[in-house]
Design a protein around this ligand. Structure first.
Ligand SMILES: NC(=O)c1ccc[n+]([C@@H]2O[C@H](COP(=O)([O-])OP(=O)(O)OC[C@H]3O[C@@H](n4cnc5c(N)ncnc54)[C@H](O)[C@@H]3O)[C@@H](O)[C@H]2O)c1
Length: 380
């Protein structure tokens, strides 16, 4: 493959264009809005200049990368592409019509891919004339830095295509994992309890947010606590993903959203970007202090960690991804300190099962049902 098209020159599209160009591809970056193209051109050259000034890239390399990217508002310019990756806004109808327009100009051998985070790959494929050449390629933000790419074949995808795309992603310096076309794929699904269980502990009044953040950083080694991370992501984005996953899984109580987070969203307290979320980011505001009680900290850590492990186990049990790929996905896509299934083995599968069963017996809530996969691993 020599020429890659990217549709949508926003955060993800620009990053993907840089990755492809750095791998030696000729890139056509298309967007309907000329201002978006100008912004992308500016951001890309600013990012590359910064790498050069930090000594992380040769000036000539940066120049070559920019030279390989052609910016255009004419979708007809995608004609020579062997692969087209779509990264426009998360709107199913717009995505389907964009692929129909792309299919009208590209050759019969061109592969089509969507970077969607939440839509069904199969439903987008169904809108294409040749759905067998369509699949999901889900990059992580920032695409230039995060190594993970989820490769998601649709029901209609030709059987050899996912393997070919995994090879291509490796050639682009990425770490591909294979995911089944199910809501939120691997990472965005398996990560839900990091937020959801932290919110449950907080809503129940068992611990404050600063204490929960402290426990997950100090006792589990996560780079950020759940409340810090939700404020960083933005509650508009994070709450919407949770609610979408909750609805997509037919309102499974494991994914139930929290009213505390919903109220923040309604108040416009979206997190860091608005100066206030769970925490107040005003200059002189006092940050709440954690209660550094080890017993409380371990209760928090074990509860959130075991719920994360349970979600990872369910992903394996239902064939969403292999054990290896689930662990790779969480370490390479969202920087978890360890793969969750390897972590379970370290903690002892029987201890993880006991933690989940204790929660289930105490709350009588199916949210805490233990995965059969974990129970079998524990030899029960
Ligand atoms: N931002 C993330 O963290 C992230 C991570 C992984 C995947 N995604 C997915 O990637 C996609 C893009 O997200 P983003 O954050 O880059 O969005 P963004 O808003 O930064 O960029 C979207 C771009 O698409 C352009 N666009 C809109 N309609 C278009 C059309 N009809 N034709 C061509 N261009 C069009 C817009 O002008 C904009 O430049 C979404 O599907 C999102 O779910 C986002």
């Amino acid at each position: 493959m020599k020429t890659t098209g990217v549709i949508g020159a926003g955060t993800m599209g620009s990053g993907i264009a840089q990755v492809a160009a750095a791998a030696g591809q000729q890139v056509v970056l298309a967007d309907v809005f000329p201002e978006a193209l100008q912004r992308a051109q500016h951001q890309l050259s600013k990012g590359l200049d910064s790498l050069v000034s930090k000594g992380k890239m040769e000036k000539e390399t940066a120049h070559q990368i920019m030279g390989r990217i052609r910016f255009t508002s004419n979708i007809g310019d995608l004609a020579p592409c062997d692969l087209v990756i779509e990264a426009i806004i998360e709107n199913p109808d717009l995505k389907k019509s964009t692929f129909q327009k792309a299919e009208a100009v590209v050759s019969g051998h061109c592969v089509l891919a969507s970077n969607t985070s939440s839509l069904s790959i199969t439903s987008i494929a169904a809108a294409c004339k040749k759905p067998e050449r369509f699949l999901g390629l889900h990059f992580f933000n920032p695409a230039q830095i995060m190594k993970l790419v989820e490769v998601i074949p649709a029901v209609q995808t030709e059987s050899a295509l996912a393997g070919k795309m995994q090879d291509l992603m490796r050639a682009w310096g990425k770490i591909p994992v294979l995911a089944k076309d199910t809501p939120a794929f691997i990472v965005n699904r398996v990560a839900r309890p990091f937020y959801g269980e932290a919110l449950r502990i907080y809503d129940e009044g068992l611990a404050g947010m600063a204490t929960i953040d402290w426990a997950m950083k100090s006792l589990a080694g996560f780079p950020m606590g759940p409340f810090e991370l939700m404020d960083f992501i933005g509650h508009d984005v994070n709450f919407t993903v949770t609610e979408t996953v909750f609805q997509a899984f037919y309102q499974d109580p494991r994914y139930m959203p929290s009213f505390s987070q919903k109220r923040l969203l309604e108040a416009g307290f979206l997190g860091r970007k608005t100066g206030r979320g769970f925490y107040d980011y005003a200059e002189n505001s006092a940050k709440p202090e954690p209660v550094q009680d080890e017993k409380l900290g371990l209760m928090i850590r074990n509860r959130i960690l075991c719920m994360l492990i349970n979600e990872a186990a369910e992903a394996v049990q239902y064939g969403i991804a292999s054990e290896t790929d689930v662990d790779l996905a969480m370490t390479k896509g969202v920087n978890y300190p360890k793969g969750l299934l390897a972590w379970a083995s370290e903690l002892g599968f029987e201890n993880v099962v006991k933690e989940l069963d204790d929660l289930f017996h105490f709350y009588h809530d199916p949210r805490y049902r233990c995965s059969g996969w974990l129970r079998r691993k524990a030899g029960k």
